[in-house]
Design a protein around this ligand. Structure first.
Ligand code: OOG
Ligand code: MG
Length: 262
């Protein structure tokens, strides 16, 4: 930690109000270049406390920057972890308002729900596979609070990894009915294919993203509880959207997830 508790709380409130007021801000490392990883996650924890204090419920955990396409797009090389709350959820086939988003982008993600706790260090793909209850398709709408979507890893961790909205599809499948590495995903915007990938784009196997999350939490004395919804990260680069756009993500064996931006 390089920052004191008061500064960490101030930065959490700063990013939280930027989100609430749909206002972009400069990345926080510009003013705090010494910010370290623990500071960044402590700021994210501060945002989580503020949101829960407003009555929101924790809906799940997310891994981000887990695919090479995403790392390349954002110019970074390490995955990051964040959370989603119930107020970020939107129904499949529904509308997503853009008036309260700064510069939204969509990502197709393979998600899981666990049936047993996962605790690192030493968590691996095998342990994750044994703990997965079922697999679900989703689209995450990310919306960095940073100007022009430009950030470094510590700034984006503090900003809860750009989490903004998410839409979960209805087709759940048991994990042994799928090959998560070869599971194909096609992302369409306005009827045109804009990106496609297979599950292996995410760290070689989407379960590896969950193992990394368990190891990340384990280093902090925390675990992934049973019954946790986890988004494993965009399989392709994120695609910018605006009012009027229709997005559909088609997942092999898991159906599709769609939404209209208004
Ligand atoms: C950070 C969040 C990345 C993903 O799935 O890769 C993310 C960002 O790119 O703004 O959620
Ligand atoms: Mg994501």
């Amino acid at each position: 930690m390089t920052l004191d508790a008061f500064t960490l709380e101030q930065l959490a409130a700063h990013l939280d109000s930027a989100e609430q007021q749909t206002r972009d801000v400069v990345k926080i490392t510009d003013e705090h270049p010494d910010l370290d990883w623990d500071d960044a996650y402590a700021i994210q924890d501060g945002i989580r406390r503020l949101r829960l204090a407003r009555g929101q419920r924790l809906a799940g955990l997310k891994a981000g920057l887990t695919s090479f396409a995403k790392m390349k797009q954002m110019g970074v090389d390490v995955p990051v972890f964040g959370f989603v709350t119930d107020d970020m959820a939107r129904p499949d086939g529904g509308e997503i308002a853009t008036a309260d988003l700064i510069h939204p982008k969509v990502e197709a993600e393979i998600c899981v729900v666990t049936k047993a706790p996962l605790r690192g260090p030493g968590c691996h793909v095998g342990a994750v596979m044994a703990a997965i209850d079922f697999v679900l398709p989703a689209v995450e709408v990310i919306d960095s609070r940073y100007r022009d979507f430009k950030f470094d890893l510590k700034s984006v961790i503090a900003d809860n990894t750009s989490a903004a909205r998410f839409v979960v599809g209805g087709q759940a499948r048991p994990v042994d009915a799928l090959d998560l590495r070869t599971l194909g995903v096609v992302l369409e915007k306005n009827g045109r294919i804009v990106a496609m990938a297979a599950g292996a784009a995410v760290l070689g196997h989407p379960a590896a993203a969950v193992a990394m999350l368990a190891n990340h939490l384990g280093a902090r004395g925390q675990e992934i509880p049973a019954g946790t919804f986890i988004m494993t990260g965009g399989v392709t680069e994120a695609i910018a959207v605006e009012a009027g756009d229709h997005v559909c993500a088609r997942f092999q064996d898991l159906g599709s997830v769609s939404m209209r931006f208004v």
